[in-house]
Design a protein around this ligand. Structure first.
Ligand code: 3DU
Length: 227
């Protein structure tokens, strides 16, 4: 299933409960374009003996699901990890480019042969990433462009960086931005700076009523597009 622009919101299902993550997916599906599942959420599901959270979220919501594994290993291991994401039912997978083209290539190859989107993490949104990852931004964008990655992940509270990345990757490559809400980014600001999607976790999943929180953010994203 492709990631399409509708609400522009991606919800990060990071709760430590399989059932709660699935319930949020069901209740919030109409207000977002995709759900993102991190390592901890997926592992909690297995520890709880509940099985494959990716499939359950897809079943409950009918939405695109991204597995946020931020793959960063040697080539043959990256190939196996990507195959596992495909078998779990992922529509998208995140990975790092800093381990080089040879290690990134199997992620692209396996992903594209199964219509699973691959999203290259250009820079993480924590302050420490500035030191280690910002010197590589241009090279990471070049790699994303050369290998036709479906998208890149860029800090949402950095409009200057979003604009720079857009210039480097072009219009076809999706820009996905975490760091909105709980990490300080104001919902809508990343879209205004040229991003395609904003990723929001705690501001939705820890809200008293998650569908209302998701609806409110989706409305902010509409405003940011000038509607
Ligand atoms: O801060 P929030 O609760 O809105 O969650 C953000 C999610 O996005 C969370 O799953 C985190 O692991 C992920 N993420 C970042 O926060 C920053 C990145 O650069 C990449 C992913």
């Amino acid at each position: 299933m492709p990631l399409v622009h509708q609400t522009r919101l991606i919800i990060a299902l990071d709760l430590e409960s399989f059932d709660k993550n699935v319930k949020i997916a069901k209740d919030c599906a109409q207000y977002c374009d995709s759900f993102k599942i991190s390592w901890p959420a997926l592992v909690y599901g297995f520890l709880e003996g509940k099985g494959n959270l990716v499939r359950e979220v897809k079943k409950a919501s009918g939405k695109h699901v991204i597995v946020d594994w931020k793959v960063a290993d040697v080539p043959h291991t990256n190939e196996k990890i990507t195959e596992m994401a495909v078998r779990m039912g992922a529509d998208g997978l995140t990975f790092h480019g800093f381990m080089g083209q040879d290690a990134a290539q199997p992620v692209f190859d396996v992903g594209s042969s199964h219509q699973t989107d691959v999203y290259l993490v250009v820079q993480l949104s924590n302050p420490g990433a500035e030191k280690w990852m910002s010197p590589l931004v241009t090279q990471m964008c070049e790699m994303a462009k050369k290998t036709a990655a479906n998208g890149v992940v860029v800090p949402g509270a950095r409009p200057d960086l979003i604009k720079k990345v857009r210039e480097l990757v072009g219009k076809e490559c999706h820009i996905l931005c975490p760091g909105m809400g709980a990490q300080g980014g104001k919902p809508g600001d990343a879209i205004r700076a040229g991003a395609d999607f904003e990723i929001v976790g705690r501001s939705v999943i820890e809200a008293e009523y998650p569908p209302k929180a998701a609806y409110d953010i989706a409305m902010e994203l509409r405003k940011a597009q000038g509607y």
